[in-house]
Design a protein around this ligand. Sequence first.
Ligand code: HEM
Length: 259
Amino acid sequence: MSDLIEGYLGKRVDGTKSRVPAALDRWQSITGLILGLFIIGHMLFTSSILLGKDAMYAETKFFEGSLFLDEPEPILVGFAATVIFVIFVIHAGLAMRKFPYRWREYKLLKTHSAHMGHTDTILWMVQAATGFGMFFLGSVHLWTMMSMPEKIGPYASSDRIYTDNMGLLYGLLIALVILHAMVGLYRLSVKWGITVRRNPRADRIRNKKIMWGAILFFSLMAYSALGTYWRIGKEHRQNYGERYLPQSTNPSNSSGGGE
Ligand code: HEM
């Protein structure tokens, strides 16, 4: 009965409000924090190609469990991708609650943000727009990682980017994901007052500078890495499908390692 009253009137019998919206908000922040930190690590790891094919190869094997298994197991990467995908879906589901779906809601938000000239409100709109794009592009990438984790490596990844035409998708996804993750981490710091304490205004300005610095740094790194994968894929197009072997195990592989 009390559920029915709350359902129709939005208030409980005793006049108090439900705590569910606050709990959902907390989970949106927690899943966002996990994904934001994951993306920082991910961008550093995929950029290992900038250090050479051998570096990316060694890192791929590391994530396949080479430290503690006799034979590296790509399924470990597939499992990690599945866990990330589940968190990604939960986070997107929770975030969707706040999208301005109706024309009236959208108009109100646009007028409000233009009238106030409030950059944090504009950043929220950036979050919503980039998040929307990631629904599609992020899902394609995650499905690839979940369904064929064995096809990751200096040549396999480069073949995917050049010959399998994933370069454009990654080019767009880099912009979306870096903006979304860095703006998201900045907004979390403000929302929960994590690093905004003694002098909130000055701390917020400092955090925003760090956010722009991080956007620039990760964009430069990710686009350079994408360019490198693209170049390797182009050079390797005649041998599409061939797997990379590090120079130490395959001295005849003249194009391998340290490039
Ligand atoms: C455990 C989950 C994940 C794994 C194992 C993974 C793995 C990889 C790998 C190996 C690459 C290199 C290209 C390739 O082989 O296709 C890559 C690139 C990329 N991934 Fe992921 N990824 C994961 C999750 C994500 C998520 C959640 C996002 C964002 C929605 C993302 C965004 C990107 C972007 C933008 C690139 C291009 C980066 C560049 O070229 O520098 N990835 N990922």
